[in-house]
Design a protein around this ligand. Structure first.
Ligand code: SF4
Length: 401
């Protein structure tokens, strides 16, 4: 028996200029193939998605959210959308309301972020995290993700949507973001305050901060471009008190895999569904609260029952598509565009130590599934090119079609 996971893929590319061959039709088919029949009547179905923040609205479009919600209802489930309380509170600003989505939108850990379950983690400096009570209580999980870049891990998708998005704010911001500080990178006894100030000054991304009162140098995971840069190590070449180590970057990704496992463990295997939207792939994540240029060509939509495989397939498709060099923001000063360098596009942007595949490798080790997959393309352009298009409705008169 094949151990490969099945991944349904709808490409943004189409074989004809007709709706039957375009992405919406493919998403409808992917939802059918995902097979919501394992949703039991009256199951409470958590659709976990990022609802954006402030001026950041490049999340999964409400048009698709509504389709998914409708399909869950047709299967007999009671869907609700969930995300952090702030994103929920102002979701209407970005087009997400109960009326537009078709179901309630509920804060993942309650209105004051205080409804959660203590969850044992025991990884490095993180003993426990607070899992959002709303996702914990649900019967079914639809992990609906916008695939994009991420300053800490290179990539953010289905695993990150659970690992960060399903925990309370303090767990997310003070514990998960912070685990890298458990990896040593600076020998304080070898560093004078003057040298520490010189190191801070050398960094073009403000990734180093120095607290003179405490004599403490901090390296910021999200800002550091590691091997794409290394300006600090040139200044430190004689004293050698600072290290830019892979372990520092890997810790965040390993903890994401551990935290996502805890969320998934609260659901039966046949009650987990994953959809990755690889559209408007921005360099930063959706938490940044701003509209950003797409740095990868639009690719399409993936659906699967297997989280590791869907993330691996997403990363492979992004690697095949490559960066759009013209749209890389100018504040990325050290992008590696060497065609001979064997790097993923997100490593070219964020530095090789932010290897986006790490999280999938850790997730596989955690037993979250296999990375091997079979990509099943739905309504491929080569196929629809040869098909006879059905009669198309146009908005020529008020048909209200
Ligand atoms: S590697 Fe570059 S970005 Fe990272 S701390 Fe050093 S100077 Fe700053």
């Amino acid at each position: 028996m094949s151990k490969k996971a099945k991944i349904y893929f709808g490409s943004i590319q189409q074989g004809q200029g007709s709706a039957f061959a375009a992405l919406a039709a493919k998403v409808d088919r992917i939802i059918e193939l995902l097979d919501f029949s394992t949703i039991t009547k009256r199951d409470k179905v958590a659709v976990k998605m990022h609802l954006g923040f402030a001026y950041g609205c490049q999340t999964v479009h409400v048009f698709f959210v509504r389709k998914i919600v409708k399909a869950i209802k047709e299967a007999g489930g009671y869907p609700f959308i969930t995300d952090n309380p702030t994103a929920v509170y102002n979701a209407a600003e970005r087009g997400y309301t109960q009326e537009t989505c078709g179901c309630p939108i509920i804060p993942i850990a309650g209105i004051k972020d205080g409804y959660h379950y203590p969850t044992n983690i025991d990884y490095r400096n993180v003993d426990a995290l607070d899992m959002g009570g709303v996702v914990h209580d649900a019967d079914v999980l639809v992990d609906l993700s916008h695939s994009k870049g991420h300053a800490c891990s290179g990539y953010g998708g289905a695993i990150k949507n659970l690992a960060l998005g399903c925990y309370s704010g303090p767990s997310r911001w003070n514990k998960i973001h912070g685990v890298e500080q458990s990896v040593s990178y600076w020998k304080s006894a070898d560093c004078t305050p003057e040298h520490a100030e010189a190191l801070v000054k050398s960094c073009p991304y403000q990734a180093l901060r120095y607290d003179a009162k405490e004599h403490k140098l901090s390296l910021l995971l999200f800002a550091c471009r590691n091997q794409n840069c290394l300006e600090c190590l040139r200044v430190d070449s004689e004293i050698k008190c600072l290290q830019i180590r892979p372990e520092f970057f890997a810790a965040f990704q390993e903890l994401m895999a551990v935290a996502a496992k805890q969320v998934l463990d609260t659901f039966d295997e046949n009650k987990r569904f994953f959809l990755n939207f690889i559209l408007q792939v921005t360099p930063h994540c959706d938490c940044m609260g701003m509209i950003q240029p797409s740095v990868i060509p639009d690719i399409g939509v993936l659906g699967s029952r297997q989280i590791v495989a869907i993330e691996t397939a997403t990363l492979n498709l992004i690697a095949e598509a490559g960066l759009i060099e013209q749209t890389i923001p100018p504040y990325f000063k050290h992008v590696n565009l060497d065609p001979d360098a064997r790097l993923h596009p997100f490593q070219r942007l964020w530095g090789p130590m932010k290897n986006p595949y790490l999280v999938t490798e850790y997730a596989e080790k955690q037993g979250l599934g296999v990375s091997d997959y079979e990509l099943v393309e739905i309504l491929a352009p080569e196929e629809t090119r040869k098909m006879k298009a059905p009669k198309q409705e146009y908005e020529r008169q008020p048909t209200f079609y």
